[in-house]
Ligand binder design. Structure first.
Ligand code: C5P
Length: 226
């Protein structure tokens, strides 16, 4: 698309990986670096959008010209994304959101007790933010996109996930071994709810980001944020 095809638009991108606290010093986390989400934020800003980046525990520096909201857990990420999405033309969920969190948060550091086995760790489900955004459509015409990392049968699992989440676009990539996490490059297929399939060859995360914005821009109704 044109260099300023997102001018007048507000877009929200989530990035990084959530940390689900067990106690003040410990958490359950994942290996997401935030690079793909940050690339999405940078490329949207370069194309003229006002960008809110909801960043979960990323070590990356704030991109210039982007509003960055830093969060920790999935519950915090949900609050920040829903708030920012209220007037957004598009939302891209690139963050790795934990499916589960510890059922109990200990306000003091959990201690080992001499001669005693550890307690089993009870978990509860986190809200599915992508599914919630897709169902709610907080603004008329809002385009909602997500990411899915799959290890096998990538397209079939991707199609099923797209339908389950109810989003407009799902970027599906194959993960495993050293693939994707922390890497500078990515390879993916972008599935559309309209049945489209856009393969993106192995290359910089910026290139995949631009393809995602191309597909989103094509789905946006005319006009933009007031
Ligand atoms: O279900 P799965 O975790 O594979 O889906 C990945 C997609 O769903 C990503 O876009 C991720 O940001 C989003 N997600 C979410 N809330 C969750 C889990 C995943 O929004 N609790």
């Amino acid at each position: 698309g044109a260099a300023t095809d997102l001018a007048g638009r507000h877009v929200v991108v989530s990035a990084g990986g959530t940390r689900e606290p067990l106690d003040p010093v410990r958490f359950l986390g994942n290996r997401s670096s935030g690079k793909q989400g940050y690339a999405l934020a940078r490329t949207a800003a370069a194309r003229g959008a006002r960008v809110t980046l909801v960043a979960a525990n990323s070590a990356l520096p704030d991109p210039a010209g982007v509003d960055v909201v830093r969060v920790g857990s999935a519950v915090e990420l949900r609050e920040a994304v829903l708030r920012a999405a209220a007037d957004a033309d598009a939302v891209v969920m690139a963050a790795a959101v934990a499916d589960f969190r510890p059922a109990v948060y200990a306000t003091g550091k959990i201690k080992k007790k001499d001669g005693q086995e550890p307690e089993p760790l009870a978990l509860v489900r986190n809200p599915d933010i992508l599914a919630e955004l897709s169902a709610a459509r907080l603004r008329a015409g809002q385009v909602v996109a997500g990411f899915a990392a799959e290890t096998d049968d990538v397209l079939a699992h991707g199609r099923a996930k797209l339908a389950a989440k109810g989003c407009d676009l799902l970027v599906v990539n194959e993960v495993g071994e050293s693939k994707t996490f922390g890497a500078e490059e990515n390879e993916a297929v972008v599935l559309g709810a309209d049945g489209t399939e856009t393969p993106v060859p192995y290359g910089p995360k910026e290139a995949l980001a631009d393809t995602v914005w191309d597909l989103i821009a094509a789905r946006l109704p005319a006009g933009g944020s007031p």
